[in-house]
Ligand binder design. Structure first.
Ligand code: FES
Length: 451
């Protein structure tokens, strides 16, 4: 590695903007944590090599905590969700005592998948559709047809294989291998986050599952930086930062960006007035007014607090402006992303397609604060989008956000094609704006090297 360098965009930084807010967050929340990680090119092999995909199946997926579902998808005993990652398939089941257990989704008889991928429902018994071996919601083998033919089977020890489960923030995680580290250690410092609306006081309002035309890592990486905004989402430059986005490496498995709203891109030369910026944030509806000396960003954050408090019944008066309106993204290695902000409340999960290294699945959820004193409403049906179906076709998705996600997906197909044609063996990353990609790849390399 060459000598440490400091590269930052000129002009107001995220810190300058956020710490000047009328409602700033605790300084610890936005503390910078950047480390220079080098500038060597990163090989393109990671996106196409079957050998690397095989190593990931052996050394990555069984050794990392995987976000499998949300707790509100399992509200009652005997509720189940099927979660797949790479070649693995797991059934998560809510138990009578409220705990959640997870079992390998493979019949002990001849390996049939007990429940189909993506299934969700409630059942007291898991009955194999092939010959009818039947398991309880605790995974124990309860019965099998023609038991007289299976005297050699120790029924008390022929239940479904079980894997470890831990929970944080309303998310349910599974660990597929042996000797899991504590989830809090793995996600450090995420579980210590002090959020004004904790993640476990939110619920799913939308879930879209899209098949993507790219390797899972290429897809994750496309969402780890704002450098692409100038070319891919130029319409966003007028009311959001990009080159002055803050990037933080918070732990071996966790990184973050904070992308401010209400200040235009440093790429644009002529600055708008605060009135003009408020008009942009309000999408031209002219509902909001500025008092002398006020910033558009503060007025719009206050407006969002009021409107969203009415919608959700949750007191948002203590939510800082950045947590209210900015795009704040936490990435948890290897494939889980969540946004703790209130008005941009997304969750992502990227899963390899076991049938092609050039495909993956992208789960996109939107969460909303849960009304105090009430249980979360039942989760909506998942909207499945095939490779050729755009986000714009997903019912209920904000058209503006769907347009942005479709722009990103369009990039992925062309990126995959271009990388396959490339004579250059690797990609050249920015040392600051793309540091989260290098961080992810260095963590991945450590897992794959550990035999
Ligand atoms: Fe399940 Fe035969 S494979 S009962």
């Amino acid at each position: 590695m060459t000598e440490k360098k400091i590269a930052r965009c000129p002009g107001p930084s995220t810190q300058d903007i956020v710490l000047a807010d009328a409602a700033p967050p605790p300084e610890t929340f936005i503390a910078e944590a950047y480390t220079y990680l080098g500038d060597e090119d990163l090989s393109y092999d990671a996106y196409s090599s079957e050998d690397i995909a095989r190593l990931e199946r052996e050394r990555l997926w069984p050794r990392t905590w995987q976000m499998a579902c949300r707790e509100e998808e399992l509200p009652e005993p005997r509720d189940y969700v099927v979660f797949d990652i790479a070649d693995e398939s797991v059934i998560l089941v809510r138990q009578e005592d409220g705990s959640i257990r997870a079992f390998i989704n493979s019949c002990v008889h001849r390996g049939m998948q007990l429940l189909p991928s993506g299934a969700r429902g409630r059942t007291a018994l898991l009955r194999c559709p092939f010959h009818g071996w039947t398991y309880g919601s605790d995974g124990a083998l309860k019965s099998l047809p023609c038991a007289w033919d299976f005297d050699h089977v120790d029924r008390a020890n022929s239940g479904l294989d079980e894997v470890s489960v831990e929970r944080w923030g309303g998310f349910v995680f599974v660990f597929l291998g042996r000797d899991p580290p504590p989830l809090a250690d793995f996600l450090d410092p995420v579980t210590a986050l002090d959020l004004p609306v904790p993640m476990d006081e939110r619920h799913i309002v939308t879930h879209v599952r899209k098949h993507l035309p790219a390797n899972w890592k290429l897809s994750v990486e496309a969402f780890l930086e704002a450098y692409h905004v100038i070319a891919t989402h130029p319409e966003g430059l007028q009311s959001a930062g990009d080159a002055n986005c803050q990037y933080d490496l918070l732990g071996p498995h966790v990184s973050r960006f904070i992308h401010t709203i209400g200040f235009q891109s440093p790429h644009l030369k002529s600055a708008p007035t605060e009135e003009e910026m408020l008009e942009r944030l309000d999408r031209g509806r002219a509902r909001l007014k500025l008092q002398p000396g006020e910033r558009a960003r503060d007025v719009f954050a206050a407006h969002l607090r009021t409107v969203m408090a009415e919608q959700t019944g949750v007191d948002l008066s203590a939510v800082s402006s950045t947590q209210m309106m900015d795009s704040i993204e936490y990435f948890c290695f290897p494939n889980f992303v969540f946004f703790p902000g209130i008005s941009l409340p997304m969750v992502y999960r990227f899963s390899p397609d076991p049938d092609s290294v050039h495909r993956c699945f992208f789960d996109l959820w939107f969460l909303a604060p849960t009304r105090p004193g009430e249980r979360p409403p039942p989760p909506p049906e998942t909207i499945d989008l095939a490779l050729d179906e755009p986000f714009a076709s997903a019912p209920g998705l904000d058209p503006k956000l769907a347009y942005i996600y479709d722009q990103d997906v369009d990039n992925l197909a062309r990126l995959t094609r271009g990388i396959r044609a490339s004579r250059k063996p690797g990609q050249t990353l920015g040392t600051y704006q793309e540091v989260r990609i290098r961080h992810m790849r260095q963590t991945l390399a450590a897992y794959l090297a550990d035999g």
